[in-house]
Design a protein around this ligand. Structure first.
Ligand SMILES: Cc1cc2nc3c(=O)[nH]c(=O)nc-3n(C[C@H](O)[C@H](O)[C@H](O)COP(=O)(O)OP(=O)(O)OC[C@H]3O[C@@H](n4cnc5c(N)ncnc54)[C@H](O)[C@@H]3O)c2cc1C
Length: 336
């Protein structure tokens, strides 16, 4: 295990903010987690970190960061129709999707190009283009940092919901996820329900609808819409899309006929980007932070080292949405 002291977090977060970290451990195996547990003080503050693409640091941290670098992948089971692949949680998510697509295993291709690690994928139940990882998680394995024991969470125990799970709630910074087992289909099946994807494949010969072509299309759409964090610091969507009751939605629809809503059990999910744009924030830029010009849900860091500025901007946005629509936005990004 590697330990670095008093380092900057800048190269480990996609917002590219610069705060100081007292101790930074690079973990290569699950055994190392217990080694560290045994000599850290009992009251040590801990943050578990993957690719840093869904966390905003707003201040220096005088505790220990446990950076997950547990690698490897292994097929643990194969049936006529399915394949079960156990990934080390430190594997890069998109490289793992690419690996599955190359092997013609169906299911997670719509989640191409999401930044970050495999271990963080179940945490907020990553989702995009009509697919959520909850439908492909077989089990999640980790070490409980409170007692050092290994724990396995089968899909049903993960309490998955929209951008949430047990790992983002009561097990946050308690369960160090070391491995994620994904169950994919060997039988051809695609999800091209998302409008832009559907339009693209509509007039194509069915032979051209392949895993590889879907992955390529998803990457193309994402690259045209979202800022590349290597060039412009961001964490993707800053807020979750809120759900409201049908009565409130109908009232809004009368006032704003262009509002779009999707039925979500007995409620309506509306676009947080639309709400933020209506409040006039799209393209906003001040004090080196702002709101992306092509997507109002993406807060961007032009060149500030201070994450607190991004947090303050997010509070202003949240308040303006409450004032105009009486809707409270919930953060998707983890704040430290
Ligand atoms: C340009 C861009 C586009 C994005 N698009 C999407 C999208 O389409 N859909 C989507 O859902 N998300 C999206 N995201 C958000 C992000 O990529 C995902 O949430 C991703 O899964 C985060 O992975 P990470 O390894 O970077 O996690 P980190 O940011 O390192 O961590 C996120 C949280 O998980 C915890 N954590 C990380 N690893 C572990 C572990 N091994 N064990 C326990 N806890 C851990 C951390 O403590 C933190 O609370 C996007 C981000 C960016 C920058």
């Amino acid at each position: 295990m590697e330990l670095e002291k008093n380092i900057s977090i800048k190269n480990y977060n996609s917002f590219k903010v610069d705060h100081k970290i007292k101790k930074f451990y690079k973990i290569q195996s699950k055994e190392e987690i217990n080694e560290i547990r045994n000599y850290l003080p009992k009251d040590e503050k801990i943050i578990i970190l993957g690719g840093g693409s869904n966390i905003l640091f707003t201040k220096d941290f005088d505790g220990s960061i446990l950076y997950n670098n547990i690698l490897g992948k292994e097929i643990i089971k194969e049936t006529k129709n399915n394949i079960y692949i156990k990934f080390g949680a430190g594997e890069n998510w998109d490289k793992s999707v690419e690996f599955c697509v190359k092997n013609k295993w169906y299911g997670i291709e719509n989640l191409s190009l999401i930044p970050g690690s495999v271990g963080a994928a179940p945490i907020q139940n990553i989702g995009a283009y009509g697919t959520e990882i909850k439908d492909y998680i077989y089990e999640v394995t980790g070490i409980n940092l409170l007692n050092g024991k290994s724990e396995i969470y089968k899909n049903k125990s993960c309490d998955f919901s929209y951008r949430n799970s047990v790992f983002k709630e009561k097990l946050k910074n308690i369960l160090f996820i070391t491995h994620v087992t994904i169950k994919l289909s060997k039988i051809k099946k695609f999800n091209i329900s998302y409008n832009e994807v559907k339009q693209y494949f509509r007039n194509m010969n069915s032979n051209d609808i392949t895993l590889n072509n879907i992955r390529k299309k998803i990457i193309e759409i994402r690259e045209s819409k979202l800022p590349n964090p290597k060039i412009l610091g961001n964490c993707g969507s800053f807020f979750k899309n809120p759900t409201i009751d049908s009565q409130s939605f109908n009232n809004l629809k009368k006032k704003y006929p262009d509002i779009v809503g999707y039925k979500n059990s007995n409620k309506i999910k509306i676009s947080a980007a639309w709400l933020i744009e209506k409040c006039g924030w799209k393209g906003y830029k001040k004090n080196n932070v702002g709101v992306f010009k092509n997507h109002a849900l993406v807060l961007v860091n032009y060149c500030s080292n201070d994450g607190e500025k991004i947090l303050k901007l997010s509070e202003k946005i949240k308040n303006s949405v409450i004032e105009k629509f009486n809707i409270t936005l919930e953060k998707e990004v983890n704040i430290f």
